[in-house]
Every structure is written in structure tokens, then in C-alpha cells.
Design a protein around this ligand. Sequence first.
Ligand code: ADP
Ligand code: ZN
Length: 526
Amino acid sequence: MSVPSRSESPQQVLQRVFGYDAFHGEQAEIIEYVCAGGDALVLMPTGGGKSLCYQIPALVRPGVGVVISPLIALMQDQVDALQALGVRAGFLNSTQDFGQRRDTEQALLAGQLDLLYLAPERLRVPATLELLDRAEIALFAIDEAHCVSQWGHDFRPDYLQLSGLHQRWPQVPRIALTATATAATRAEIAARLDLGRARHFVASFDRPNINYRIVPKDNPRKQLLELITGEHDGDCGIVYCLSRASVEDTADFLSRQGIPALPYHAGLDSGTRADHQSRFLREDRMIMVATIAFGMGIDKPDVRFVAHLDLPKSVEGYYQETGRAGRDGLPSTAWLAYGLPDVVQQRKLINNSEGDAARKRQLSAHLDAMLALCETVQCRRSQLLAYFGEQTGPCGNCDTCLQPAETWDGTVAAQKVLSCVYRLHQRRQHFGAGHITDILAGRSTPKIEQFGHQQLSVFGVGDDLDPVQWRAVIRQLLAQGYLAVESDHGTLGLTESSRAVLFDGAEVKLRRDPERRRPRTAPKQA
Ligand code: ADP
Ligand code: ZN
């Protein structure tokens, strides 16, 4: 391990260059370790202050700190911000012309750079490697390190070759950073990046100022409007939707209600996207309605709420997206509306996804964990943190803590639904949740008449619950794996577990959806 040769200590750099008084959390320990030449794997939630963990060692150690980042769109901003602090920073990526690239390369070779940001694909180019050979390197920082995980949601093939850094420059310390990793992903990152001997720094993932809420979805737009006008009038927020079309529709809808909102998704041209992003960052009151294409690396401290109108695919995704709220530490809301169609749709997406059976099992496992979080009657936060390997008690700042949900014995209700599906299958008929609800409720719809479903023994056996409750039952049966989505039309099928309920009397526990809470103040618009 080489000894830092410059005269300033990390603490002095923190004050002089960045203007901060003290390190947060484990920053001081991490920085000291990397300054001394150690390899580190850093897990810290978004907003935890990961950047300083490599920026300061890059300034303290001789040579240039090379930062590998997939966020090409943010490099210019990051470099501008560093330069404004007097840090000699540059970047190399595909957005530059020859002249810009040459200037950066010359500065690097002249020893005039403290930090160099590199897109991972640059390292595929032999000329880049030869260029780095001719420079003195202080450290490699691998940002968004979870991108190396093939099972994760942000996989970047170019990240796989980053293990080559260690082979080519064995004496240069490496620091890999991410805001998202379960224990399994962490092990995968360490293995793939050849960080077997790295020290792991794992910060708490708790974001105590975020109030987590997951509500049954009935009329999502109206519910969103109530959230905004009732609790977040005039605030900045992000609304996540699954599809580009629903992003556009929702942004339109909010604008028509007089709420400033902009769409953001990969189908918009890059000029519009950049414009919307910068307006969102600049303006005090703006709602970004976006697909998950938006947000990685966005550092806006005063996002007061993150609303999901569709179910995220994984707990990691949910945590990342909700983590964009309240980075300034002030009270903020993470709100998700979730319903039966979400489960059907996500299961369908997995059925139709590319990839082998192992990949599908992975996706299902991710979704199951997310569904378990939605259906839990325990504290949301402690379940979320348990997913990241942290054990905590009830938090007092989530919906299930503040308004406890009950479970009820849903065995008989489950038997009714499952027998209905079973009877239909005996007739080689396959239907979705809507029709099954109609059969249980004993409603005479044209479709019921057409198929003669009044004759089924289960017709009308469900008058103990209303249609909304039946849909909640079916949603939970799907979430818990007692039902499967068997086709693109959302028709429902039985599973191994449903057989246990139908034939072996297995018990089913269901969550009673809480009554919808009225917003604290009435919405302005009816
Ligand atoms: P991350 O990359 O982990 O999401 P950042 O490195 O972008 O987080 O830091 C989040 C915010 O916190 C930034 O505005 C940063 O300047 C600020 N910050 C980081 N460390 C400190 C510190 N020790 N004192 C004060 N502010 C800090
Ligand atoms: Zn709680």
C-alpha cells in the first residue's frame, strides 16, 4: 500500500474543497482505507454521500482518480460541479468530439487531472487502456457497481470486463459503490469485479424521514390527485408509471388539473428529455411523470414524494425509486397504489420475457418479494430493511404501523375462487378475474348467459363479499402463488399450492385492505 504523498489530510480536503465540516456515517473510515491503498466495496443508500468516498482519495493520493460510470448523461454536470469547486476533472465518453477528447487526454498525460470520468465502454478500446498506462492512477472507482449483476435490473455487459482493471493495474486500489444490493448481489459484485479481498462497508439502508404507504388501487388518477392536493400541494414529486402511454396520459391529466407536470420516458427525443430533466431540477414546483428510465443519479434534495401508479418489478427497484424522495432529510412520502391488474400484468410480463427458465425463476422471485411487501401486515420499513439484511423493529412511520392492517382466515373464500377456476377448467374453459368475480357474485352478464355459467355449482356462492373484496381476494391469491396467470389474456390457472387448498384443506391467510383514508384537506377539484 502506498502512503499518500500530498500534504493535505482527507478532513482538510473536505473543508477546503467541498466546504463541509464533518464526514457523514462511514465516509471517514472508507476514505482512510482507500487512501491507504485498500480495495473497498461500499453499499450506501442514495444520498448517503458515496461520491466523496472516491473524490477525496483521488485528491489525497498522487495521480488521477479514474471513475467508471454508466451515467453518461450526467458526466458533464458532475465535471462542471467539480470544476466549480476548483477540482481538475474531465471525462471521456461517446458524446464528445475529437477535439474535446484530445484536450482531456492531453490534460491527463500532463498530470493535470485529479478525476477522470470514463464510460465503461471506453475500456473496450485498446487506445484507452494504453492511455491509462501512460498516466499515474490514484484509484479506480466503479460507480453503480450493481450494473455488473446479470440478474439485476441495470445490467451493463461492459461492466463484466472491469475485473480486467485489477489484472492490468494490480497495485491500484479499487472502490466499487452501489446503492442497491442484497447480500446475494453483493457477493456477485465482489466475485465479478474480482474484489475478493475488498473490505465491505455496508451503511444502513434506512431512510427514516420517508413515510411508506402501499394502498389498494381503485381509481389511481383520483387517488394520485388526492395525494397531491391533500398532502403535497406545491411540492416537487416523481410519479412512476410502467408504460410510456400512461406516463403521457398521467402528465396530461395533472396538467389539466392545473398541476405542473412533465413526462419523461425513453420514447421522447433526447432534447425533450434533457429539457424536462433540467426543468424538474431547477423549478420549485414540478412533478415528473416518468418511467423508470428517469432518476438514476438524479440529485434533487427536495423531492417530497415519489408515487408509483404501477407495481415495481422488484424490491430493489422500489427502494431505489422511492429513495429519490427526501434526500434533504425532511419528511417525505413514498406512495404506491397496487391492485389485481398489476399482479396479472407482471406475471404475464414474466411469462413472455426472454431468457431461460432460470431467468424466469429469478424474475418471479423478485416479483414475489415485492408482492410480499405489498401484502404484508407487518411494518413496511422493517420488511424492506430485512430484504437488505437489516433487522429492525416497527418504525412508526409507515401505513401498517400507523393504521394496522388485519389478517383474516381466507380459507373458505380461497376455496370458492379456486373451485370456480377448477370447475371452469373441467369444461376446458379459461377466464380472467373479472368473469370469475361475476360467477361468484351470481351476476347474469351476457357472457355468463352465453356460456351457461348459471349452471355452475359455484354460481352465486360469493354473496358474503362484494366485488371489490373478491378482487382483493383474487389479487392476494395471485400474489401468494395460489393462482397463476396462464395466458396473455390474463386467464387464471391453478398451482401446486392451490391443490393443497382445494383437496387438503390448507389454510389461507389474507390481509384485510384498510378502508380508504380521506385526505387531510379536501381536494380543490372535484
Ligand atoms: P450518493 O452518490 O450516495 O447518492 P452523493 O455523493 O451524491 O450521494 O451525496 C449526496 C449529497 O450529500 C450531495 O449533495 C453531497 O454534496 C452531500 N454530502 C455528501 N457528504 C457530505 C458531508 N460529509 N457533509 C455534507 N454534505 C455531504
Ligand atoms: Zn412501520
